[in-house]
Design a protein around this ligand. Structure first.
Ligand code: NOJ
Ligand code: CA
Length: 603
C-alpha cells in the first residue's frame, strides 16, 4: 500500500518535473525564435523609433476646392510628394469638428470630421492612400479640454445637477461683501487673462487653461476617462497608428488648486503640469487602450523638465512612448505668454542634447524637433534666412534633426526652407494667442503696439501656419481661390516645392537624400551619440555609433567660413553627404567649412 502510494507520488513528481521541463524548454525556444525582444544597443526595437514623422497642419497644407482652407482631399493629392520625401509617419493636427476658436484644438465632436476639411469618407480615402504607400497616420488627441460647444459642456453648464456637470471643473469663486465676484484662484491662461470664466447660468466659474472657449475636462471623473478611451478606440479601430497628445501633462490638476506663488507665476506650466494623478491616468489609458494596439504615443509635454521625462516614457511604466521636450525649441524664449526671441548660443543648444543623452536611459526614447505649428520657422529663428544663407542654414538644421538621437519630427514646409512671414499689423494675424495678448497688453497700455508687433513678428505661431508653397502660380498653388485663410508668404516665387524639386541643390532634394541616408543605417536610430566638442562656439561635431558602424556629423553654425580641426586627432572618414557640391574632403583632420555647411562622414 505504502509502496503503491510512494510509486504514485513518484510518478506525479516525474510528470510535474517533465511538465515544467517542457515549459522551460518552450520558453527558451520562444526566446530563441525572437519572441523575446532582441535589443539593439540596449534598446528594444520599435517601428516608431525608426520612423521619420512629418506634421501636417491641415488648414495650411493644400486646398482642393478653392475655398481658401486646406482640406483632407488636398492632403491625399500630395501623398506621392510625401512618399518621395521618404517620411513614413504623418501626424495630422486636429481634423475634428470644431468652431475653430483655436484652429481645431477646440473639439466640438470627436467622431466627426471638420466640415471645412471634408467628410469621414475623405478621411478614409486619405488613410487608405497613406497605407497603400506603406506609411502610417497618427492623429491629434486633444483631451485636456474640449470646445465649449462640445455636447458635454453644453450639458455641463446647464445646471449644477446635470449628469455632465462633473465632466468639467466648476468652482464658486469668491464673492466680496459688495457682491463683486473674483475667480477661485490666480491661475493665468496660456492665452492671456484669467484661466477662469464666470458662467452666468449657474453663476460658477469653469477652468480653461487656454481660451474661454476651451474648458478643461475633469479627468478625476471616471466617466470622462471612459469617454476619452472610447474615442481613442474609435480612431484606432479605423486604422490610425497612434496619437500626438496635446498638453497631456495638464490633465491631472494640482491638488486643491491653490494660488500660484510669485515664483510659480514666472513659469505657470511647471506648476500646472504633472499633477498627482497623471501617472495613474496614463497608466489606465495604456492598459485600456494603447497596449491593445500596435500604436505610438507622443505627449506634448508642456511644463515638463528633462528630469521628469522618464516618469512619462520609461517603457517599464507602460504609459507613453515619447514626449516633446521644449528645451531646444524654446531656447532663449519662454513657453508661456508673450515670448520674446532671446539670445542663444551654440554651446547652450549642444548642452541640451548632451544632457538628454546623459539623463535618458535605454528604457526611454527621445524626440528631435525644432518646429511645429506653435513656433516660428526654423530657418528664421535658429538659422539665417537672408538670401545667400537661407539654403545652407535650412539644410544644417534638417541635418541636425535627422541625425541626432530620437525620433525626428519635421514640420510641413521646413523641407523647403520656408521662412517667417513679414507680419506688420494686427490684422495680418489669425492666432487667438496674438489677439488675446494684444487686448491684455496693448489695449491696457502695458506695452506699445509697435513693441508688441515687433516681437510677435518673430515668435508668432502664425509664422508656421502660412500656406504651403507648392509652386510659383498664384497663391503658391495652395488654393485655386483668391482668399487663403492666412496670407501666402510673398517669397513663394523663389521658395516652392516645384522649383526645389527640379533643383538638385535645393533644400528639398537635400532632405530627401538625408532621409534616404538615415534609412540605410540603424546607427542613426539606436547608435550612441557623442558630442566631440561641447564648448566650440561655432561647430557642432558629433558621432553616432552602433557596433562597428560610426558616422561623424560636422555642422558649421554661422555665416562665416572656418577651418575646423577635428578634436582628439580624429580624421574624417568617407564623406557620405554634404550640402555643398564642392566639398569632397575625406581622410583629413582639418575641415574647411563653408558658412552653415554640414557634412556626414562614415568613419
Ligand atoms: C498645444 C497646441 O499645440 C496648440 O496649438 C494649442 O493652442 C494648445 N495646445 C491648446 O490646445
Ligand atoms: Ca478647402
Amino acid at each position: 500500500m505504502a509502496s503503491e502510494l510512494t510509486r504514485t507520488l513518484f510518478c506525479m513528481f516525474l510528470r510535474n518535473l517533465f511538465r515544467s521541463a517542457v515549459i522551460t524548454a518552450l520558453i527558451s525556444l520562444a526566446a530563441a525564435s525572437g519572441q523575446e525582444p532582441k535589443l539593439i544597443n540596449g534598446y528594444e526595437p520599435k517601428w516608431w523609433k525608426e520612423a521619420v514623422v512629418y506634421q501636417i497642419y491641415p488648414r495650411s497644407f493644400k486646398d482642393s476646392n478653392g475655398d481658401g482652407i486646406g482640406d483632407l482631399p488636398g492632403i491625399t493629392s500630395k501623398l506621392d510628394y510625401l512618399q518621395k520625401l521618404g517620411v513614413n509617419v504623418i501626424w495630422l493636427s486636429p481634423h475634428f469638428d470644431s468652431p475653430n476658436a483655436d484652429n481645431g484644438y477646440d473639439i466640438r465632436d470627436y467622431r466627426k470630421v471638420m466640415t471645412e476639411f471634408g467628410t469621414m469618407a475623405d478621411f478614409d480615402t486619405l488613410l487608405a492612400g497613406i497605407k497603400e504607400r506603406h506609411m502610417r497616420l497618427i492623429i491629434d488627441l486633444v483631451v485636456n479640454h474640449t470646445s465649449d460647444e462640445n455636447k458635454w459642456f453644453v450639458e455641463s453648464r446647464k445646471s449644477k445637477d446635470n449628469p455632465y456637470r462633473d465632466f468639467y471643473i466648476w468652482r464658486p469663486g469668491h464673492t466680496a461683501p459688495d457682491g463683486t465676484r473674483t475667480p477661485p484662484n490666480n491661475y493665468p491662461s496660456y492665452f492671456s487673462g484669467s484661466a477662469w470664466t464666470l458662467d452666468p447660468t449657474t453663476n460658477e466659474y469653469y477652468l480653461h487653461y487656454f481660451a474661454a472657449k476651451q474648458p478643461d475636462l475633469n479627468w478625476a471623473d471616471p466617466k470622462v476617462r471612459e469617454e476619452v478611451f472610447s474615442l481613442m478606440r474609435f480612431w484606432l479601430d479605423k486604422g490610425v497608428s497612434g496619437f500626438r497628445m496635446d498638453v497631456i501633462p495638464l490633465i491631472s490638476k494640482p491638488t486643491g488648486m491653490p494660488d500660484l506663488t510669485a515664483e510659480q507665476l514666472k513659469n505657470p506650466p511647471n506648476a500646472y503640469a504633472n499633477g498627482p494623478h497623471l501617472a495613474e491616468y496614463l497608466h489606465e489609458m495604456n492598459r485600456e487602450v494603447l497596449s491593445r494596439y500596435d500604436d505610438m504615443s507622443v505627449g506634448e509635454a508642456t511644463g515638463t523638465t528633462l528630469a521628469q521625462t522618464s516618469n512619462l516614457v520609461d517603457d517599464r511604466r507602460h504609459e507613453l512612448n515619447m514626449i516633446f521636450n521644449f528645451d531646444a525649441i524654446k531656447l532663449g524664449r519662454s513657453d508661456f505668454g508673450l515670448s520674446q526671441l532671446g539670445p542663444w548660443s551654440l554651446p547652450e543648444l549642444k548642452a541640451i542634447y548632451d544632457e538628454h543623452a546623459t539623463v535618458l536611459t535605454k528604457h526611454d526614447w527621445d524626440t528631435v524637433f525644432l518646429s511645429n505649428h506653435d513656433n516660428p520657422r526654423i530657418v528664421s529663428t535658429f538659422g539665417d534666412d537672408s538670401p545667400g544663407m537661407r539654403v545652407p542654414s535650412a539644410k544644417l538644421f534638417e541635418t541636425l534633426i535627422l541625425t541626432l538621437r530620437g525620433t525626428p519630427f519635421l514640420y510641413e514646409g521646413d523641407e523647403l526652407g520656408m521662412t517667417d512671414f513679414p507680419f506688420k499689423t494686427l490684422a495680418d494675424y489669425d492666432d487667438i494667442a496674438v489677439k488675446n495678448a494684444y487686448k491684455a497688453l496693448v489695449d491696457t497700455g502695458k506695452i506699445s503696439a509697435s513693441t508688441f508687433l515687433a516681437s510677435q513678428a518673430k515668435v508668432s505661431r502664425d509664422n508656421a501656419r502660412t500656406p504651403m508653397q507648392w509652386d510659383s502660380t498664384a497663391e503658391a498653388g495652395f488654393t485655386t481661390g483668391t482668399h487663403p485663410w492666412l496670407a501666402v508668404n510673398p517669397n513663394y516665387k523663389e521658395i516652392n516645392a516645384a522649383q526645389e524639386n527640379s533643383d538638385p541643390a535645393s533644400v528639398l532634394n537635400y532632405v530627401r537624400a538625408l532621409i534616404a541616408l538615415r534609412a540605410r543605417s540603424l546607427a542613426f536610430v539606436y547608435g550612441d551619440f557623442d558630442d566631440l566638442d561641447p564648448q566650440h562656439p561655432h561647430v557642432f561635431a558629433y558621432t553616432r555609433t552602433l557596433g562597428k558602424e560610426k558616422y561623424l556629423v560636422v555642422e558649421n553654425f554661422g555665416s562665416a567660413a572656418l577651418d575646423y580641426v577635428l578634436p582628439n586627432g580624429l580624421k574624417a572618414g568617407h564623406l557620405v553627404l554634404s550640402d555643398m557640391p564642392g566639398s569632397r574632403q575625406s581622410q583629413v583632420s582639418t575641415l574647411h567649412l563653408a558658412p552653415w555647411e554640414s557634412r556626414i562622414y562614415q568613419q
